[in-house]
Write a protein that binds this ligand. Sequence first.
Ligand SMILES: Nc1ncnc2c1ncn2[C@@H]1O[C@H](COP(=O)(O)OP(=O)(O)OP(=O)(O)O)[C@@H](O)[C@H]1O
Ligand SMILES: [Mg+2]
Length: 79
Amino acid sequence: MGGGPGAQLSGIAGRVEEGKVLAAAISAAAGEQPCAVFVHGEAGVGKTRLVRAVCDQAAANGAAILWGRCVRWTRPTSR
Ligand SMILES: Nc1ncnc2c1ncn2[C@@H]1O[C@H](COP(=O)(O)OP(=O)(O)OP(=O)(O)O)[C@@H](O)[C@H]1O
Ligand SMILES: [Mg+2]
C-alpha cells in the first residue's frame, strides 16, 4: 500500500475519513490555498496522534511542517 495523501495512516486505527480531510487540507496548502482545520474531540480521543500521523506522512512527501502550541493561561475577568 502506498503512503500518498489519503492512504491509511501508519500506526493509526481507523480515522480514514478524518485522515482524508486533513490530507486534502495539506494538498490545498501545498497548492497555495490557505487552509485551516479545527480538530476537536473528547480528551484522549486521539487528536494529537491523528494530526501527528498526517504531518509525518506529509513530511515524508516533502512538506515543511511547523508545530506550535498555545500556552494554557487563564486569569479572572472579575474580582
Ligand atoms: N486512531 C488511533 N490509533 C491508535 N492509537 C491511538 C489512536 N488514537 C489515539 N491513540 C492513542 O490514544 C492515546 C491518546 O491519544 P492522543 O494523545 O492523540 O489524544 P488527544 O485527543 O490528543 O488527547 P488530549 O485531549 O489529552 O490532547 C495515545 O496513546 C494515542 O497513541
Ligand atoms: Mg492532544
